[in-house]
Design a protein around this ligand. Structure first.
Ligand SMILES: [Zn+2]
Length: 415
């Protein structure tokens, strides 16, 4: 399957000028859901889908899908779909999201120009509010389409100024009435930048993801007593931060132990700590913190949470503090389907490209879609592993090679 590298590049560069920001190094853009930049990015995407003969529809939460019905296809067959997202983080790069959306379009154009005769329709999709920056909830459009969140709940989410998603989509003309239903698809594929440096270090152009790590979040509050840092003897202190420090190390230790036991994807982080009164000469009276713990195996992930809970119990029994532990969120790991993974590795083989099996530590819309149909996630190398930054970069040759694999896999799954 041959793709047109310059056509793909032209699409990504033109999209990269929408919401473009002034930067000293790299190429940055800010495209938040429902803004004028988002409208422009969507309009251009829709134009390009229509240029390729796709019939475009928009659903009630602004997800955009274009369908190509090949002459060889059975119009009743379930489609093979691919895509990603067009929104960005503030001052993000030009590849995170747009690569997958435009690569899916390029893959369809490549199949149209090839001798492949698909028996299934092909769809190219862009999901709304993947980054969760404006309305506070990531993977939003795909969560509604996959039946995880109700349309009403999503449309009622508001930004900092109180404007709802529904109002914002109305404002840019992208609150549609059509249906985008992943459960009706035969397969879903997403190409994304790796956002890590495994592929670059290995010198491999394409990653084929077999699982997306689940995430557990716990909130813990350690309560001691604030007191004078000079006048409170060591044996009379109820230091909440010293207690919390033990907990932070236990979270780290549990993840390290899981890795040593062969669960290479396991990670554990305490990235946010609120200390009060947070004063130089006061024994800390209260600490609130949250954990971010991940693994691709559900049992391992739950084990990390149990270790954190046991740590809080232990600290409470050994130190004069109380510990309030709340495991408030669990996003379960998602597993890609064997047949889609095989389609991708087969496509890489046929293209003469080496590919690496790997897992995704970050969440992507594919994690939602995997609940309702067979999926695979592909990675293209990220230069220096950088993303969510204007310095995010993927070589044009790597973009084209990963798109060849995407196109080959789509063709395989659609014939
Ligand atoms: Zn992304």
């Amino acid at each position: 399957m041959e793709v047109d590298r310059e056509r793909l590049r032209a699409d990504l560069e033109a999209n990269g000028h929408i919401g473009e920001i002034e930067v000293e190094e790299g190429w940055g853009r800010t495209v938040l859901t429902g803004t004028d930049a988002d409208r422009q990015a969507r309009d251009r995407f829709v134009d390009r889908l229509e240029d390729a003969g796709l019939e475009v529809r928009v659903d009630p939460v602004g997800n955009v899908a274009g369908r190509w019905m090949p002459e060889s296809a059975d119009s009743g067959a379930s489609p093979v779909a691919a895509g990603s997202h067009l929104d960005s983080v503030p001052e993000g790069g030009i590849f995170d999201g747009p690569l997958g959306a435009y690569a899916a379009l390029e893959a369809v154009r490549a199949i149209q120009e090839s001798s492949v005769e698909p028996v299934r329709p092909l769809e190219v999709v862009s999901w709304t509010e993947e980054e969760g920056v404006r309305f506070g909830t990531g993977l939003l459009g795909s969560s509604v389409a996959s039946g995880i969140r109700s349309r009403e709940e999503a449309l009622a989410l508001t930004d900092e100024d109180g404007e709802s998603l529904g109002e914002a989509l109305d404002g840019i003309g992208y609150r549609g009435e059509a249906t985008v239903d992943p459960a009706s698809w035969s397969a879903w594929l997403e190409l994304h930048v790796e956002q890590g440096s495994i592929l670059e270090s290995a010198g491999v152009p394409v990653g084929v993801v077999s699982a997306i790590a689940g995430i557990a979040n716990c909130a813990v509050a350690f309560e001691g007593e604030a007191n004078h840092a000079g006048a409170t003897p060591m044996d009379e202190r109820r230091d909440a931060l010293a207690a919390a420090s033990e907990f932070v190390l236990d979270v780290e230790r549990a993840a390290r132990e899981a890795v040593q036991e062969g669960h290479e994807a396991a990670v554990g982080t305490v990235g946010r700590l609120g200390v009060s009164p947070n004063a130089n000469n006061v024994v800390p009276g209260r600490v609130e913190l949250t954990t971010d713990q991940r693994d691709v195996d559900d049992a391992v992930l739950r084990g990390l949470v149990e270790a954190a809970s046991a740590s809080a119990d232990r600290i409470e029994s050994e130190r004069p503090v109380s510990a309030d532990f709340d495991h408030y969120r669990l996003t379960e790991p998602s597993h890609m389907s064997d047949r889609c993974v095989e389609a991708a590795t087969g496509a890489a083989d046929r293209a003469g490209l080496e590919c690496s099996g790997m897992h995704s530590a970050g969440l992507h819309d594919t994690a939602n879609v995997a609940n309702v149909t067979d999926t695979v996630l592909l990675f293209a190398p990220s230069e220096d592993g950088v993303s969510h930054n204007p310095r995010e970069w993927t070589d044009w040759a790597d973009c084209a090679n990963a798109t060849r694999v995407l196109a080959g896999a789509m063709a395989d799954l659609a014939t």
